[in-house]
Design a binder for this molecule. Structure first.
Ligand code: ATP
Length: 388
């Protein structure tokens, strides 16, 4: 077995804190960490299905990287290719620049957590975590017992070593599974929908804890989820996948504010999508004919008269009675969400390809009813597709 890189990892809380500050400082300064793992032209086929289609991506050391996308888009298969549970049909997987394509999982220094906790029911919590040390020594040569204790404290379960798994909540069990995966000090932590069996409140709490643990250790982490909100909340960067490929790889804010494609714009968060034809261009932006309305969108000199354009405006950017880009619409329904209300409106602008009335989503504090006028700032429109 290869030497564990984690042997060099700082172990005291003060050292870890110092290391974390250094990394955050580096990130702020725009200094990128070295590449921890990389897929190059990786394809995985099962009979007629192409689960992963020519994927190339690189994850940096200490990064929290998420694969997100709808069911069947290839997230789990990508994770299994990184873990070594699957071999690519074509392409290369590298860890720290080294080709590991044919290397079995136990020799890759990865810790894996799946959605079903898979704890051993006949073992105590402490024994479950210690199981992670059956195939590798604890980092730094510390005794197993101390390592188990350290990890249980890390996942906020200090003092629970003697409990049986069935005496723990779902969230606690999943934290034991994380501690077990971390026990041998892996270089990379792989998490496949670890929270999907938990209720909404617990998911939110656990995702904060997972992020804390990851930051504390500075461990490179790949996280799989179909939950776009979770992906935005937890990640340094995310890959939004569709049909076996990442459609966009970027930081959460960029994915949300500047989606590259219509698919990303609609998959991540609520969005209003408009389609229209450019009829004029001037210094205020491009004027588009969208259904019965003429709307203006800002652009960076990349549109021309006659272009067919798809653009989107987030619900929180649609303002009631806004004077720019006024659209008359009718309230259909409203969902009270606590701090805001999500209002569903209908208007006449039909999309060319769909020929039906368009729905608009608005976020407001005040209740709305009947006919309303909504508007948006041309700068808040984001173009996702242009057909010249
Ligand atoms: P989900 O969110 O539903 O778990 P996913 O994005 O993780 O989906 P994968 O499990 O990676 O998707 O599957 C991608 C595609 O590959 C799917 O069409 C799936 O049916 C197919 N697939 C995955 N594993 C196998 C297998 N062992 N044999 C045949 N087809 C498979």
């Amino acid at each position: 077995m290869r030497a564990l890189a984690s042997e060099n990892r700082p172990s005291s809380a003060a050292e870890r804190e110092h290391e974390r500050e250094r990394r955050e400082h580096d990130r702020e300064q725009g200094r990128d960490a070295p590449i921890a793992l990389e897929l190059e032209g990786v394809t995985k086929r099962y009979a007629e299905t192409t689960a992963v289609d020519d994927v190339s991506l690189a994850v940096r050391e200490g990064e929290f990287f998420t694969l997100v996308g709808p069911s069947g888009c290839g997230k789990t298969t990508t994770l299994r290719l990184i873990a070594g549970f699957e071999s690519p049909t074509t392409g290369t997987v590298r860890f720290g620049g080294e080709d590991v394509t044919g290397v079995p999982p136990e020799d890759r220094d990865v810790g894996v957590v799946f959605q079903n906790y898979a704890l051993f029911p006949h073992m105590t919590v402490g024994e479950n975590v210690a199981y992670g040390l059956n195939f590798a020594d604890a980092p730094g040569g510390i005794p197993d017992e101390r390592r188990v204790q350290e990890l249980l404290e890390l996942v906020d379960l200090g003092g629970m070593a003697d409990r049986e798994p069935d005496q723990l909540s779902g969230g606690q069990q999943q934290r034991v599974a994380i501690a077990r995966a971390l026990a041998p000090g892996p270089d990379v932590l792989l998490l496949d929908e670890p929270m999907s069996a938990l209720d909404a409140q617990l998911r939110e709490r656990l995702r904060l804890q997972v992020r804390e643990i990851q930051r504390e250790l500075g461990i490179t982490t790949i996280y799989v989820t179909h939950d776009q909100e979770e992906a935005l909340a937890i990640s340094d960067r995310l890959a939004v996948m569709r049909a076996g490929r990442p459609e966009q790889v970027a930081r959460p804010r960029e994915i949300y504010r500047r989606p590259d494609t219509r698919f990303v714009a609609e998959f991540v968060g609520d969005n209003n999508v408009f389609a229209g034809t450019v009829t004029a261009i001037d210094e205020t932006g491009a004027r588009l004919e969208v259904g019965p309305e003429t709307l203006t969108v800002a652009h960076e000199g990349d549109l021309a008269v006659g272009d067919e354009v798809v653009f989107c405006v987030r619900p929180e950017e649609l303002r009631i009675d806004g004077d720019a880009n006024a659209i008359t619409a009718t309230v259909v329904s409203a969902e009270f969400l606590g701090e805001t209300t999500r209002v569903h409106l209908e208007w006449q602008g039909c999309e060319r390809e769909r020929k039906r009335k368009r729905e608009l989503l608005v976020r407001t504090r005040d209740p709305l009813s009947g006919h309303v006028v909504v508007g948006f700032d041309p700068d808040d429109a984001h173009v996702v597709d242009v057909l010249e």
